[in-house]
Design a protein around this ligand. Structure first.
Ligand code: HEM
Length: 536
């Protein structure tokens, strides 16, 4: 008999899920066997030895041995939540349909469920959330046309503009492969030979490099995408998430150090508790739009993700808002196994020729097939919340056929005259760009690596500049003088005051004996013109 005095489980005599002596709380293994003793393994006598046919114990311990999946190669440490996106039905003051036929934006007030995962980038799954590091801001929209992922960061620019450099960038920032310790000299060795990183470095070493938590920060798609309307006409688009009532807050290094001394999960905790308390974080989605084309009138390339699009020329247009109002039910299932990718677009949204975006699009689903498994899209968190019907078969952990009822389970190919799946008509015109050119390996023409970095430096408030210089000096002090010199030359190229202050800071730090270099070499670190590293 169970607690309710019924025979044969909670549903009474007909509830076949329960044996006579079971109810919902009866502990079982995954074979459905009730566990009679969860405190002791089976042994010869109560002092052992144990025996190999301990099926229950071996199942329990061998599943435990496999509780972890490979962590993300980047962005391993993260937190996430569910919520919804509500479209304004307009792009600024104009009808959405002028720019895109994506249904997620049509009809003001329409809500689309979302999953968001925030993250730091470089360190492992249990690392402190106070790191000076970009923050990931990945959004999965479960739209009526299937999933759309917008995989962004908090900062609006990136270190590099060509995907082939990504593994090198990440290696330089990750811990040294011998010492397993992150090393500023390795970072700046790479950066001092990567002039396009100056804009991102200027943000990263300022307080913008340590957002106070995941709620009070911006998000950005960073790369350039396309929108396509029903006539097949396209525009270039950049996405931005602006925090609403919760506002925006960054930390100085000193503030971050204090938090880290007490709590290495402060951002996860902040997000979880805010949502539990009903204090739901909200962001507005804004876009910048540029006409299709190369735009030779601009001093930067619209496909260059190290650049901001000036807001006076390309204003931010409001599109909708997102609210996060539900915590995950299980961290591993809902967040760790979540898989986002830049290739996951819906009708009306398209790629651009941004070379980073193209490289990213291969990388995400490739790593997810390794990290989560070939059938990662069958997991509830990754599956679209709409009709799916594919001819894909098998693979590890496949647990259902993608054939809906009414379709023959025998026909897993297309085309077929029998009862199989069929393609459907295109909704609107395809966007069909005409492409020609030499196949080549060259960087873009309009690199302009320093101008916007200087503008960003000058746009900071005094305390932000102060913190930026301190953070750079502290990291550069122990570096090889050749690296210091290259960095000072590039800061000077961005802004003379910027270069001078970093040079002086390094010199003073050396004089105070704070760094590992001797003073003679540090005295040589003054801005020099015309010695910039070659690139491209
Ligand atoms: C995660 C590759 C650039 C944002 C990842 C992952 C890979 C990757 C392999 C792990 C994915 C997983 O295990 O599920 C790349 C490559 C890049 C690049 C090859 C450049 C060529 C960027 C840029 C951004 C970005 C520019 C920001 C706009 C993210 C985010 C995640 C991520 C937010 C974590 C997604 C999550 O929460 O699951 N990236 N990435 N990445 N990347 Fe990138």
């Amino acid at each position: 008999q169970n607690d309710k005095g019924q025979q044969n489980g909670p549903g009474g005599a007909n509830d076949e899920r329960f044996a006579e002596d079971e109810n919902e709380k009866t502990l079982t293994n995954r074979q459905g066997h009730p566990i009679r003793n969860n405190q002791n393994i089976r042994t010869v006598g109560n002092r052992g030895p144990s025996t190999l046919e301990n099926y229950e114990f071996l199942e329990k311990i061998s599943h435990f041995d496999r509780e972890r999946i490979p962590e993300r190669v980047v962005h391993a440490r993260g937190a996430g939540a569910f919520g919804y996106f509500e479209t304004y039905g307009k792009v600024g003051d104009e009808p959405v349909e002028k720019y895109t036929r994506a249904k997620v934006f049509s009809e003001a007030g329409k809500k689309t469920p979302v999953l968001v995962r925030f993250s730091t980038v470089i360190h492992g799954i249990g690392s402190p959330e106070t790191a000076r590091d970009p923050r990931g801001f990945a959004v999965k929209f479960y739209t009526e046309d299937g999933n759309w992922d917008l995989v962004g960061n908090n900062l609006k620019v990136f270190f590099i503009r060509d995907a082939v450099k990504f593994p090198d960038l990440v290696h330089a920032f990750k811990p040294d492969p011998v010492k397993n310790i992150q090393d500023g000299e390795r970072i700046f060795d790479f950066i001092s030979n990567t002039p396009e990183a100056m804009h991102m470095i200027t943000f990263l070493f300022s307080p913008w490099g340590i957002p106070a938590n995941y709620r009070q920060m911006q998000g950005s798609g960073v790369n350039t995408y396309r929108w396509v309307n029903k006539d097949g006409e396209a525009v270039l688009v950049k996405y931005h998430w602006e925090p609403l009532s919760q506002g925006m807050k960054n930390l100085t290094q000193e503030e971050a150090n204090k938090i880290q001394a007490e709590n290495f999960s402060h951002a996860t905790q902040d997000l979880y508790e805010a949502i539990e308390e009903g204090n739901y974080p909200e962001w507005e989605l804004q876009v910048q739009i540029m006409e299709e084309g190369e735009h030779p009138e601009l001093d930067f390339d619209p496909l260059d993700d190290t650049k901001l699009w000036p807001e006076d020329q390309f204003p931010k247009l409001k599109v909708g808002k997102m609210v996060l109002d539900k915590n995950p039910e299980n961290y591993h299932n809902d967040i760790e196994q979540a898989a986002f990718g830049t290739g996951v677009l819906v009708d009306g949204l398209d790629f651009s020729d941004d070379k980073m975006l193209q490289g990213r699009t291969f990388s995400y689903s490739d790593t997810q097939r390794y990290r989560v498994g070939a059938n990662y899209l069958q997991l509830p968190v990754n599956a679209p919340r709409k009709h799916i019907a594919t001819n894909q078969e098998g693979g590890q952990m496949s647990y259902r056929s993608d054939k809906p009822e009414g379709v023959s389970p025998h026909i897993n190919y297309e085309p077929s005259t029998l009862n199989g799946l069929h393609e459907t008509d295109q909704r609107g015109e395809y966007y069909k760009p005409y492409v020609e050119g030499y196949l080549t390996r060259e960087s873009i023409d309009r690199k302009n690596d320093f101008k916007q970095a200087g503008e960003t430096y000058r746009a900071f408030e005094d305390w932000e500049r102060e913190d930026l210089i301190n953070n750079l000096v502290n990291t550069l002090k122990p570096c090889d003088p050749r690296i210091q010199q290259k960095m000072v030359d590039m800061f000077t190229e961005c802004d003379e005051d910027y270069g001078r202050r970093v040079a002086e800071g390094i010199k003073m730090g050396m004089a105070a004996g704070a760094g590992s270099m001797n003073m003679e070499s540090s005295e040589e670190i003054m801005p020099t013109k015309g010695k910039l590293p070659k690139h491209g």
